[in-house]
Design a protein around this ligand. Structure first.
Ligand SMILES: [Cu+2]
Length: 384
């Protein structure tokens, strides 16, 4: 009885020590990994908090078992050693020992599983969300569609914004190296956000450590998860399923803002989208298309086909000198719209104008001079 009391206070002391320490160390960190980081990220959701205390609890239980088992073992070895003249007890089968070593681990496992199950069940409860956002994993970026709740209809692509010079060591690395994007997800604080996940090509995974959220995005399946951030700030994560060559280059950034800031962002984003809607019947000049196409190319195609249009031999086809790019425009439009093998389909990702622009660009850039050198949005619309 006395021993049990002592054990209890030991555990309490240890857990207090562990709970207080890491948060102070990581106080300035808002998501990305830090140099020599030792502990989990500071939690900003209830679930992340529960995961954190479960982690500490399990660690303490393991530590106590470790100490107890080794204490008994060393005590037995030393106390009963041969040099003391100890005689081995000669018995076979002991019902009481067998019951003890079955019941005690069983109780320990139950004691660990009960609180863990409670948290896992809460993690899966995506009902009654205030806002639903679809996140689509793509090689190598994330697409976001606000499906329901305030901001419904907003959609955008979120690309790595770290400059290539930093990646190639031509420039000093920035503060959020490889953990920054051009278009972060924005959500209001203290609202339940449901994230619906899928993927376009291979399996990706969406993770924000501070939210306690990690869910695979699987092509052809729809999975969901949720979070309710309780603190305004910028939180960062990464794709955590090895998804190919640029797996390290598809970070996730979520800005948690106040209700008013969220309203302002929604208004701004809607205006921006309205201004960007392209009329597919507009007739463009070749210069306009090439100019626009260059931007589309560098944010969507460059990872595979490369800046020099030579692709990666054996993996990604060259566009410079490609018979498809130089041939009739119909086949070129088809492959960009519908994809082929490892080449993604772009019809639901890019607008008709963007597709027409990027095709026109590839037909007139590098050494390419296609006979049918211009593709209009109307051509793309007709091919859909
Ligand atoms: Cu990925």
């Amino acid at each position: 009885m006395k021993d049990a009391k002592r054990l209890q206070s030991l555990m309490l002391g240890a857990s207090l020590l562990m709970a207080g320490m890491p948060l102070a160390v990581l106080a300035d960190n808002t998501g990305g990994p830090t140099v020599r980081q030792l502990n989990l990220h500071p939690p900003v959701t209830k679930i992340a908090e529960e995961i954190y205390s479960l982690h500490n609890l399990m660690l303490i239980i393991c530590l106590v078992i470790f100490i107890a088992v080794f204490a008994v073992m060393f005590y037995s070895i030393i106390k009963h050693r041969k040099s003391l003249g100890h005689q081995a007890a000669k018995f076979h089968e002991s019902t009481s020992v067998e019951i003890a070593w079955t019941v005690v681990p069983f109780l320990i496992v139950i004691g660990m599983a009960l609180p863990a199950t409670k948290t896992v069940v809460a993690m899966k409860d995506t009902s009654n969300a205030d806002i639903t956002i679809k996140a689509t994993g793509m090689q190598w970026k994330w697409g976001y569609n606000y499906l329901a709740g305030e901001g419904e209809g907003i959609n955008f692509l979120s690309n790595l914004s770290t400059p290539r010079e930093q990646i190639n060591n031509a420039e000093a690395k920035g503060e959020h190296y490889l953990m920054e994007v051009d278009n972060p997800v924005v959500v209001p604080v203290n609202k339940k956000i449901r994230i619906v996940l899928t993927a376009n090509d291979v399996i990706h995974s969406w993770m924000i450590p501070s939210f306690g959220v990690k869910q695979d995005a699987i092509p052809g399946f729809v999975r969901d998860t949720w979070f309710k951030a309780e603190k305004i700030g910028t939180y960062r994560g990464q794709c955590v399923e090895l998804c190919g060559k640029d797996h390290a280059f598809m970070p996730i950034v979520v800005n948690v803002v106040s209700d008013e800031d969220y309203k302002t962002w929604v208004d701004g984003k809607k205006k921006e989208m309205a201004a960007n809607v392209d009329d597919p019947n507009k007739v463009w000049t070749i210069d306009e298309l090439v100019q626009r196409g260059e931007k589309v190319y560098s944010s969507n195609c460059i990872a595979c086909h490369q800046a020099n249009g030579k692709g990666v031999p054996g993996s990604f086809a060259a566009l410079d000198g490609s018979p498809i790019v130089l041939g009739p425009k119909k086949a070129n439009i088809d492959i960009v719209l519908h994809g082929k093998g490892a080449m993604p389909a772009w019809q639901s990702v890019l607008s008709e104008t963007e597709i027409a622009a990027v095709i026109t660009y590839t037909r007139n850039h590098w050494s390419n001079k296609a006979a049918e050198n211009i593709v209009q949005p109307a051509d793309v619309l007709a091919a859909k």
